[in-house]
Design a protein around this ligand. Structure first.
Ligand code: KDO
Length: 384
């Protein structure tokens, strides 16, 4: 009997398998940001693993499921927290992500969004993702991880004037250099960074009392609110200001009552948080290309089957593109709105003076020790 047809059938079958699974894995890799290698070591405890989150929304969550999957019982119900308000782009992006991930997972993944710091402030959010009581958080970035996740070296990735464009920032953060930092962060803290979302470029936003400022010298003595971590306070000092740490949710009132003379945030945030209502000068220092790094508890991540991981990274990736497009657009349109609606005076400062000041500040021995010899300068050169 001629066995060739049988052999041929087996070969064809194997080839089909290779094509199907090969394509799936290429797709997986293609959609993953570099800081986000799939971990396939713990596939077995996929849906019953102890680290699987079963947390259900307390009723105030604002996520919604894609309509065609609403009858499917989710295998994973994840809490995703942010301090951003409901109108901030980040919250809109998180909702967008929740819908996409629910749809592409066929209803297996449900994400509940908790905005406005309902679950935690930025510091607590990072600690809670670390210990697993919050599954996912949106507000972190290297200037937070440096202090809160006890990894000072990573702070350099968000130092002022490090990148000269968004593209360069992505090249570094998603390239081999960034990858190394994200991996070490995971080992040190148990936090897995799953992506990089553009927040907008940080500018100075000052009250009338602070006055118009065009050089770092004029910021001397100005109480500039900074996010509450050591690395953020250094950012404030590097600009020449007297930094005052304060929670994100307290900034508006502090500006209004005069407890602080100014704050720094991207224009879209200034707009949605209504900071422009209580400030007068917007100084376009462009000192930090701001971003947040959506993160997940690493133990939970490692307990998820590859397909679930793939759905999450794919959805985050799609959400990133939506987020960045909207943020870039708002940055362009909000300036004219801020001038017209709030009487904001836009100031073009001596940016070179701010850059030189920052460079001088970060060339202090303290930073060589903290970040490694010459790392700030090396990364700056990488981004150029
Ligand atoms: C802020 O507190 O000023 C900041 O902009 C710091 C960022 O790292 C990030 O946490 C952000 O707040 C929040 O996501 C709210 O936009």
């Amino acid at each position: 009997m001629n066995s060739f047809p049988k052999v041929r059938a087996v070969i064809v079958f194997i080839a089909v398998l290779l094509v199907v699974f090969g394509t799936a894995s290429v797709f997986a890799n293609g959609n993953q940001e570099k800081g986000n290698k799939q971990n396939t070591t713990q596939q077995s405890n996929s849906s019953t693993g102890s680290s699987q989150s079963t947390a259900q929304s307390s009723g105030s969550a604002s996520s919604s499921s894609a309509t065609n999957t609403s009858s499917v019982k989710p295998t994973y119900t994840l809490k995703f927290a942010t301090v951003a308000g409901p109108n901030d782009q980040q919250t809109k992006t998180m909702k967008f992500f929740a819908n996409v991930v629910n749809e592409i997972s066929g209803g297996k993944i449900k994400v509940n969004i908790f905005p406005s710091g309902q679950l935690a402030d930025q510091k607590t959010e990072i600690l809670d993702v670390e210990n697993g009581s919050i599954d996912m958080g949106e507000d972190a970035s290297p200037s937070w991880f440096a202090s809160i996740a006890n990894y000072p070296q990573i702070g350099v990735l968000e130092a002022p004037y490090l990148y000269s464009s968004l593209d360069e920032m992505y090249r570094v953060l998603l390239g081999p250099v960034g990858q190394k930092y994200w991996n070490t962060l995971e080992q040190k803290s148990g936090i897995k960074v799953l992506g990089v979302w553009y927040l907008g470029t940080r500018e100075l936003d000052l009250t009338k009392k602070a006055g118009s400022v065009t050089t770092p010298a004029q910021l001397k003595g100005i109480k500039l609110r900074m996010p509450d971590s050591a690395a953020w306070l250094d950012v404030g000092r590097s600009l020449g200001a007297n930094p005052t740490p304060l929670g994100f949710g307290e900034v508006y009132l502090a500006l209004k009552t005069g407890t602080i003379d100014g704050q720094d945030n991207p224009i879209p945030t200034d707009m949605t948080q209504k900071f422009f209502e209580v400030t007068h000068y917007l100084v376009l220092t462009n000192h930090v290309i701001g971003y947040t790094t959506p993160m997940i508890n690493a133990k939970l991540w490692n307990s998820m089957p590859p397909k679930i991981q793939l759905d999450i990274t794919t959805a985050l990736h799609i959400a990133r593109d939506y987020n960045n497009y909207q943020t870039l657009l708002t940055e362009q349109t909000a300036l004219a709105k801020a001038e017209k609606e709030y009487g904001i005076q836009v100031v073009i400062p001596n940016q070179r003076a701010f850059m030189d000041n920052a460079k001088k500040y970060y060339s202090q021995p303290k930073f060589n020790k903290e970040w490694g010899d010459g790392v700030y300068a090396k990364l700056q050169a990488l981004g150029e």
